[in-house]
Design a protein around this ligand. Structure first.
Ligand code: PGA
Length: 246
């Protein structure tokens, strides 16, 4: 199975900066065999999606929005449409990132509707889950993640492809990466849980302070099928190095 390297640019990079990143990244990729064993995805901010799509048109880089609304169109001022993202060439949608959950108060039932919409368009949701530091210290990691899976994925087509990104909130943007033992333990439980829920076509990503110097070790852990990368994916060289760690 191909490993997934997904860049979450958050609220960074203008259309021009997105074009420059893709041009620099392409020049680092020596030949097409680079993509034989990996999928490279980029989640730009909404205003840069079209520029990114055009820049990626002749490459195997895949992309999608960082968030969508649960309806395709209508009177929903300020929201973004999955259908339009798809028309721009997106195959993936990031759903439920912890910043969406924490800052914008998004809840599992809303995320569930978005996952179903993504599947109805034959797009692949990248559904984010993860615990806070307090929850980890209180030994709640598994319970919190399982609840996010049960509620976020309730009634979701178990045959359709889904990517789950496990991102401990205390490891995001903090430089404090989860230890290999913590990642191994959580991913083992998440893998079992997804299978028990009937999912047959899923991958599990780890996210939270992934950098070029810790990527190789994390990627060796069973059930780590790739990464969701924030800060270290803003620079083409550093993202490229992470993509080369398998
Ligand atoms: P980080 O962000 O790599 O900067 O920790 C990861 C994420 O928020 O997806």
């Amino acid at each position: 199975m191909k490993k997934i390297f997904a860049a979450n640019w958050k609220l960074n990079k203008s259309p021009n900066e997105a074009r420059k990143f893709i041009s620099d990244f392409k020049s680092l990729v020596a030949n097409g065999s680079f993509y034989d064993n990996k999928e490279v995805l980029i989640f730009p901010s909404a205003f840069s999606l079209e520029a990114l799509a055009t820049a990626c048109a002749d490459s195997k880089i895949e992309f999608g929005p960082q968030n969508i609304y649960s309806e395709k169109s209508g009177a929903f001022t300020g929201e973004n449409s999955a259908e339009v993202a798809q028309q721009l060439g997106s195959d993936f949608i990031l759903i439920g990132h912890s910043e969406r959950r924490q800052i914008f108060k998004e809840i599992d039932s809303q995320l569930n509707a978005r996952i179903k919409l993504a599947h109805s368009l034959v797009m692949t949701p990248v559904y984010c889950i993860g615990e806070t530091l307090d929850q980890r210290e209180d030994n709640q990691t598994e319970a919190v993640c399982f609840k996010q899976l049960e509620q976020g994925l309730a009634g979701v087509d178990t045959q359709a492809r889904i990517v789950v990104a496990y991102e401990p909130i205390w490891a995001i943007g903090t430089g404090r990466v989860a230890t290999p033992a913590q990642v191994a333990d959580t991913h083992l439980h998440l893998n079992k849980k997804m299978k028990a829920m009937g999912f047959v076509n899923f991958q599990l990503l780890y996210g939270g302070s992934v950098k070029p110097d810790n990527a190789a070790e994390l990627l060796k852990i069973p059930h780590v099928d790739g990464f969701l990368i924030g800060g270290a994916a803003l620079d083409p060289q550093s993202f490229f190095k992470i993509c080369n760690s398998n």
